[in-house]
Design a binder for this molecule. Structure first.
Ligand code: ADP
Length: 388
């Protein structure tokens, strides 16, 4: 009570009630805490300064296949396979000394656990240190990620198989395709005169279809290659990567009279080959989807948190909002071969590259208003103040 130290009988009674209520609340809190620990689906293991287990909840019993009685009092390293035990105690101690912040769970930092029956399994763990009555304790929350890791490995294997299949199929299909195309050419050049006009027309159509099939297999092969090639990040001057992609498009730039302007672009640690391919596909589309107008393309870069956002803007036909996602899927096209030739693989390849470089890609566009494609490249370093 402010301004009064006197204790009257009512005050004593009120204090006693408050104290009982606090004790009651503490008791409730304790029971609640114990229940939370016991019903948690993640394993909770607390160790003391000597790294002996002092708390081992029910989920930990299930996860490690050990009873609480057999686990409590033993060293934490008993939960690890032999080959990981050496040095583990030092790491825990260093963690307690160095870190103020708890270490979070992360799929990149898995720990290997050891069950009572000798089976090893992957664990995702978070650990925090705390002091109670001058003694240090470490609490670990552990999650068995066996199922997730198994699925991840299966998915990676199936992706690899699919990639190899696409690679082999597209590679092996090209040689019979070439011979079909060769024989059709011979038929046309040597025997067309002896054929009825309808038969000649059929040959012409066959040649066009085989040509399209050849382009598709070539794109499929590039797609498989771009997906399988190892990513080799080096310091890349984006201006020179852009210049290289323009050299590869020299023919269509000259043919259409396209102008390509670029602001000063940054240097980024990235796989050069994949970046060149990304620029090349986007510029190629910017030039192609211009319909009648002289293509004008602007390339720019801006900084956004820990990444660069690069953009390729054109003055072409634009894209309706409803197709902004779909155009990045394989073989998705919005036009016939007669309107604009293509395979529908260019943007799928761009998306695959952006994914592999750790970024994203999207488009902002409206029909008739041109399109701007954006892609991001992670770059955790502070930008050089001399670059844009
Ligand atoms: P392709 O150009 O071979 O058809 P892409 O995967 O590169 O395949 O593009 C998919 C579709 O997205 C194209 O068919 C086209 O309709 C649309 N598109 C891509 N780039 C542009 C662009 N710059 N302007 C307008 N439409 C575009």
């Amino acid at each position: 009570m402010v301004g009064s130290n006197k204790t009257c009988p009512q005050q004593i009674a009120a204090d006693a009630m408050a104290s009982r209520s606090r004790q009651g609340m503490n008791a409730v809190g304790e029971v609640l805490l114990r229940r939370v620990v016991e019903t948690a689906t993640d394993a909770i293991v607390v160790i003391d300064e000597d790294q002996r287990i002092v708390l081992f909840n029910s989920a930990a019993e299930r996860m490690f296949g050990r009873s609480r009685q057999s686990a409590e009092g033993t060293s934490i390293v008993e939960l690890l396979p032999q080959r990981f035990r050496h040095g583990h105690s030092d790491r825990v101690r260093r963690f307690g000394e160095d870190r103020q912040q708890p270490r979070m769970m992360s799929p990149e930092r898995l720990v290997v656990g050891l069950r009572g029956n000798g089976e090893e399994f992957p664990i995702e763990a978070s650990i925090s240190a705390s002091e109670v009555h001058g003694r240090r304790f470490y609490a670990a929350i552990l999650r068995d990620v066996t199922e997730r890791e198994r699925n991840r490995a299966a998915l990676m294997q199936s992706n690899l198989d699919l990639q190899q299949f696409a690679f082999a199929a597209s590679h092996d299909m090209r040689s019979p395709l070439r011979s079909v195309s060769g024989y059709l050419g011979l038929l046309e050049s040597r025997h067309a005169g002896a054929l009825a006009p309808a038969a000649r027309e059929m040959i012409t159509r066959c040649i066009a279809a085989v040509g399209q099939l050849d382009r598709l297999t070539e794109e499929l092969l590039s797609f498989a290659r771009i997906s399988a090639d190892p990513i080799e990040p080096v310091e890349v001057d984006c201006n020179s990567a852009l210049a290289e992609s323009l050299r590869l498009l020299e023919h269509s730039v000259l043919e259409t009279g396209a102008t390509i302007e670029a602001s000063e672009l940054p240097s980024i640690r990235v796989d050069r080959h994949q970046l060149v391919r990304l620029f090349q596909n986007l510029l190629d589309n910017g030039i192609k989807y211009s319909r009648g107008r002289r293509p004008q393309i602007k390339v720019g870069a801006s900084r956004r948190n820990a990444e660069w956002v690069l953009s390729v803007a054109d003055n072409g036909i634009g894209i309706d909002k409803q197709f902004h996602q779909r155009i990045f899927e394989t073989f998705k096209r919005l036009h016939t071969q007669q309107e604009f030739p293509g395979t529908g693989m260019g943007l799928a390849m761009c998306r695959r590259i952006a994914d592999r470089l750790g970024g994203t890609i999207w488009v902002e566009s409206e029909p008739g208003q041109g399109s701007t494609f954006f892609f991001t490249i992670p770059d955790p370093h502070d930008p050089d103040p001399t670059t844009p």
